[in-house]
Design a protein around this ligand. Structure first.
Ligand code: G6P
Length: 553
């Protein structure tokens, strides 16, 4: 039997043309993939932290189309009067249409309802849900604006793919404006059981918003089934829910079921998201990646040469097993829980002092929200305490990098590490786990992975951890360190084989196949007129420099 052909950008582009001929792809998300921000006197382009944009950017580059997103960079308006820019800047492949939000809307829609109601609710952190303010009206208003802006760029027959919890109402608003488009949504974070979801005062509106779709995707079968249960419980007899989706399908994800509702039938399934495996693996193999990672480690006081990471002790260098942890600074990522487990580990295993250390990279996130600012202080003081308790003259348990690192540096760090720790308290997927695997072309390295991260449903060869159980977590760290090389390699080989096949293109292919198989995909007419004039890509992309004084071409 021959191995299945792997998915790549070219195959996905062809699949889109074959399955959805004549249609364009319009992606809609809150976060934009490229942000223009002011440097000292010039504009530079920044790539926000977060799995959603990192995963979708190669997809758009492969298929082409339009991405509609909040223009959140402080120089976004300066670079384009109509809010449209071609990206990636160095090799334009698709257009980004920015939606402008006022500071008040950002507070109500983004910081408020999205991140202080829906985010903690979906991550089962009920005590953090803040229902004290009237944020809902901003959420609904901004969702309506996104739908209007999207309607402005989508032609009849196009595929509009809405992403994540910030935009749950867009499908319904869009359907009433553009009944002739195919609408789908992917929910990147967990979908909670009804026992938690019912705390949301707008539970049924959120569900009705999503039911404007033809297809809704979740990260795991568990979340997809939870969604169907919530639909049934919130809408009762007004809809018909069936759980006979057919289960796993190698070509089109995991079909969970269907909802029959006002405009017709909405299909619901699970499609675990992934990474651009080949691109990430190649990056990790590059000299630049190793050089950047070594530079960072040197700055932390650690030596990293051909023989691995070393600790300087007088005139000698002694081997150090290096752990790596990379997170947005978010309370769902289990950073405090990881520090507690490391504390426990070094207390239980004092002989591992000066033998093991963890580099913890945290990218600041959602800094306008009090819980996130508080977390920053908690992480910093807990890390200080942990380091104080166990440190020696030449070593400390945790070395912290408190800013975002680029993918090349991260890839190099993954490659130099002996183990990676992903300890989310709850997580839709977690792509750091998959990036670590892709970076290990040496076939070595151990992944410790929270049982409650979506990735755990797929990455069975990782060492499972319960982030809330410090003793068990500490024991798992020891297991990772003492695992025989043969077992490490066997596990890593299985992980790499899985992620290599189930890459980001496999994800988009299974979603598009599921979409293409829906009756609406063949019944909806395709626009015969070409898209608007501004859809045309400039023949030769021109480099653009922007200064505070104006735009220099
Ligand atoms: C998670 C969410 C994304 C979000 C990302 C970064 O991955 O699912 O929707 O973009 O976090 O968060 P931010 O609030 O900065 O966009």
């Amino acid at each position: 039997m021959t191995a299945p052909e792997r998915w790549d950008a070219a195959r996905v582009r062809q699949l889109f043309r074959d399955t959805l001929p004549g249609r364009n792809l319009v992606v809609v998300s809150n976060r934009e993939p490229y942000q223009h921000v002011w440097g000292d006197s010039e504009v530079r382009v920044d790539r926000p932290a977060g799995g959603l944009t990192a995963a979708l950017d190669p997809v758009l580059q492969g298929i082409g189309g339009t991405w509609v997103a909040w223009g959140s960079g402080d120089a976004d308006r300066a670079v384009s009067a109509n809010g449209i820019v071609w990206v990636p800047p160095e090799n334009p492949g698709y257009r980004l249409k920015r939606v402008w939000l006022s500071p008040r809307e950002v507070r109500g829609y983004y910081e408020g309802y999205s991140n202080r109601v829906l985010w903690p609710l979906c991550h089962l952190l009920i005590e953090r849900v803040d229902l004290s303010e009237a944020w809902w009206k901003h959420y609904a208003q901004v969702n309506r604006r996104f739908a209007v802006e999207t309607a402005g760029v989508a032609r009849p027959g196009d595929v509009v793919w809405v992403h994540d919890y910030q935009l749950a109402l867009v499908p319904l608003f869009l359907r009433s404006r553009c009944p002739q488009v195919l609408i789908c949504s992917f929910w990147h974070i967990p979908w909670p059981p009804h026992a938690a979801f019912r705390f949301c005062p707008q539970a049924s509106q959120i569900i009705k918003g999503l039911l404007g779709c033809d297809l809704i995707g979740f990260q795991t079968p568990e979340y997809a089934v939870s969604f169907l249960e919530c639909v049934e419980k919130e809408l009762g007899d007004a809809c018909q829910v069936s759980y006979d989706g057919g289960g796993p399908d190698p070509d089109s994800g995991w079909a969970a079921g269907q909802v029959r509702w006002q405009h017709g039938t909405v299909a619901v399934g699970a499609f675990p998201i992934s990474i651009d495996y080949d691109a990430f693996a190649a990056m990790a193999l590059s000299r630049d990646a190793l050089a950047a990672a070594r530079r960072i480690l040197r700055r932390l006081g650690l030596a990293a040469g051909a023989a691995g990471v070393r600790l300087r002790k007088g005139n000698t260098l002694q081997p150090l097993a290096l752990g790596i942890a990379v997170d947005r600074l978010d309370y769902t990522k289990g950073i405090l829980e990881r520090l507690a487990a490391l504390d426990r580990f070094f207390s239980d295993n004092p002989h591992y002092r000066e033998k093991v250390a963890v580099v913890q990279v945290v990218a600041p996130s959602r800094t306008g929200i009090p819980d996130y600012r508080r977390l920053r202080q908690q992480v910093s003081s807990m890390m200080d305490e942990l380091n104080q308790r166990h440190r020696t003259e030449i070593w400390q348990p945790v070395y912290s990098i408190d800013h975002k690192l680029g993918p090349v540096t991260l890839a190099g760090l993954y490659r130099l590490a002996d183990f990676a720790i992903v300890s989310s308290v709850y997580d839709g997927m977690n792509l750091v786990a998959k990036e670590f695997v892709a970076a290990r072309s040496d076939g070595d390295g151990v992944l410790l992975l929270s049982k409650t991260a979506g990735a755990a449903a797929e990455l069975e060869q990782a060492i499972p951890i319960n982030p809330l159980d410090p003793a068990g977590f500490a024991a798992a760290i020891r297991t990772a360190l003492e695992m025989p090389a043969e077992e490490r390699r066997r596990r890593m080989a299985a992980l790499r084989a899985y992620v290599s096949e189930h890459n980001i293109y496999h994800w988009v292919a299974s979603f598009l196949r599921a979409l293409g198989s829906l009756p609406a995909a063949s019944s909806l007419p395709v626009a015969s007129s070409p898209a608007g004039a501004d859809v045309t890509q400039p023949a030769v992309p021109r480099p653009v420099r922007h200064t505070r004084a104006g735009v220099n071409r």
